[in-house]
Ligand binder design. Structure first.
Ligand code: PEP
Ligand code: MG
Length: 540
């Protein structure tokens, strides 16, 4: 048994087999094709091209590097031979799939066949298949697939786990996530928390961990690799105990969010997709305080259209009924990238064309989202808010877009409601301008994740800054107090929707500051509710 330590992101216990995920894997989505002949020809062309390139490389570099030469010769032989090629061709023909996907499937089949063999010849052959497949897929223009984690749920181990990769995975198949790099408030962490997946970073997973049985205890930040019988028995019991405690907490589901001295505040859930809706109800949230709408734009090849967005918002609105749903318009850019957006590469994306700036630069895309939200507004209790606001001019520009959208809806007799609009306060500029900004909208919502990173000038995702990244920094807390005061002067309510809202060490302080609502990952609602119901503001 080996014991390794890491930093907890979301607490829980998981027992299972590790699946090591290397980010370099092709992420492929199955493409069905109508023209099988075209795909077969494309494969033949790619096969010849890759074969000629490898043969050329073998002639030029093989004599200087005999080992490389031998490997290239084997790869050329693999492409010349019939077995690999006919396996691919038969998949194209029988399953009517794209050439690239057929190569990927063949690669996967061979991986399964040769996996676990220790014979050096078999292992070299497996490596050849992988490399040749990669070249072929690349020359076929690549292909995407939902990342396949296998049939059984696994503990996902990776050096680092990017948001787009995580978005391509089936989260029901993930028992826990353990990585080397990471941060508690990265969007990857926010997703694992939202889905209630125990997670940790600061470990050093490697490919050898693949297939190994492990226990993840993210309460104490420990991972046991190949645990012995005794450890397994103990953790099976602990896991059951953990589930019992969670069930006890569930008794608070129906309880009111009121302090001992009678102050009422709202506890809302932060969600990123329709799949999270179940947990909003499960944990007894009073509404959705932050719908990170951009997640619907990620992990796909094309931008969602107005109707697709409308259907999603209508579904959320109808499911939540009278409970409020605050939809944040797409906060894309920075680490939330999608290839179809064709964003320019930026030297400093955290400070780049992101959030509302990107929406205002892509007017059509923005208006499609606004139209979808307004169309859905008649089905529930929706509110609209904008990310990464820095100025009053941005509000002017947004209002102009809303005016165009409403005018068009009216002209076409499409019903909509004049829903409340608000801003997220995530930049020091917005804090300073809180009073003027609040006077222009119906509510404000404090995004403390970004507010902290911009105030401290520290990237929220950079693990190297972890020891200095102080989310309780007095500057941040003072800013929160300033914003609450300024907004209340304008008669506007304030929500905190960054990760800090779930920090029970600050619940009493936020209440003293006068915050009106706290919005957090669904699984944090009950611990915060317990804390707030035990708080007596008249005594502190
Ligand atoms: C925030 O910045 O605090 C916030 C809620 O938005 P996100 O975490 O999605 O950037
Ligand atoms: Mg933010």
């Amino acid at each position: 048994m080996q014991i390794v330590n890491g930093t907890p992101v979301f607490e829980g216990i998981a027992i299972g087999k590790i699946r090591y995920f290397s980010g370099g894997e092709y992420r492929m989505r199955q493409y069905l094709v109508s023209n099988v002949k075209k795909e077969t020809l494309a494969f033949a062309r790619a096969r010849t091209m890759v074969r000629d390139e490898l043969s050329h490389l073998c002639n030029s570099a093989g004599s200087r590097n005999p080992e490389l030469g031998r490997s290239l010769q084997r790869q050329v032989a693999l492409l010349d031979g019939e077995s690999f090629a006919s396996a691919v061709e038969s998949l194209i023909v029988t399953q009517k799939i794209s050439a690239a996907y057929a190569v990927a499937l063949t690669r996967q089949d061979m991986n399964v066949t040769f996996h676990g063999l220790t014979d050096p010849v078999a292992r070299a052959r497996l490596r050849d298949v992988r490399e040749v497949s990669d070249y072929l897929i690349e020359s076929l223009g690549g292909v995407n697939e939902r990342i396949d984690l296998g049939d059984e749920p696994v503990i996902l181990a990776a050096d680092s786990l990017d948001l787009p990769d995580l978005m391509e995975m089936d989260h029901d198949k993930i028992l826990a996530v353990i990585t080397r790099s990471g941060s508690e408030i990265s969007h990857t962490a926010i997703i694992t928390k939202t889905r209630g997946i125990p997670s940790m970073f600061g470990l050093s997973p490697c490919p050898e961990w693949d297939g190994v049985t492990a226990i993840v205890d993210s309460y104490s930040g420990v991972v046991y690799l190949s645990p012995d019988e005794e450890e397994l028995k103990e953790y099976t019991l602990r896991k059951e105990e953990d589930e019992r405690e969670r069930n006890l907490l569930l008794r608070l589901r129906e309880k009111e969010d009121r302090t001992l001295d009678g102050k009422k505040i709202e506890l809302y859930a932060n969600i990123g997709s329709l799949e999270d809706l179940g947990s909003v109800e499960y944990y007894g949230a009073g509404g959705i305080g932050l719908l990170r709408s951009e997640f619907q734009y990620l992990g796909r090849d094309s931008c969602p259209g107005e109707n697709e967005l409308f259907q999603a918002y209508r579904h959320v609105a109808q499911t939540m009924g009278e409970k409020p749903v605050y939809i944040r318009t797409a906060d894309l850019g920075a680490e939330k990238q999608a290839s179809y957006l064709r964003l320019d590469s930026e030297s400093n994306p955290i400070m780049g064309n992101r959030g509302i700036r990107l929406s205002l630069a892509r007017e059509e895309m923005f208006r499609a989202q606004l139209r979808a939200i307004y169309r859905a507004s008649v089905y529930g209790n929706l509110a609209l808010m904008y990310p990464m606001i820095t100025s009053l001019e941005e509000i002017d520009e947004i209002e102009e877009q809303i005016r165009i959208v409403k005018e068009d809806l009216t002209k076409n007799n499409i019903p909509y409601l004049d829903i409340p609009t608000g801003i997220m306060i995530e930049t020091p500029a917005a804090v300073i301008m809180a009073s003027e900004l609040a006077s222009r909208v119906s509510f404000v919502s404090l995004g403390t994740n970004d507010l902290t990173q911009y105030t401290l000038a520290m990237d929220r995702q950079n693990p190297a800054l972890r020891s200095r990244y102080d989310s309780h920094h007095p500057a941040v807390l003072r800013m929160i107090r300033m914003v609450i005061w300024a907004a209340h002067q304008q008669g506007k309510k304030v929500t905190i929707c960054g990760e800090l809202a779930a920090d029970t060490a600050l619940t009493a302080e936020f209440l003293r500051m006068g915050v009106d609502a706290l919005s957090m990952v669904p699984a944090s609602i009950l611990p915060v509710r317990r804390q707030l119901r035990a708080t007596d503001l008249s005594r502190i």
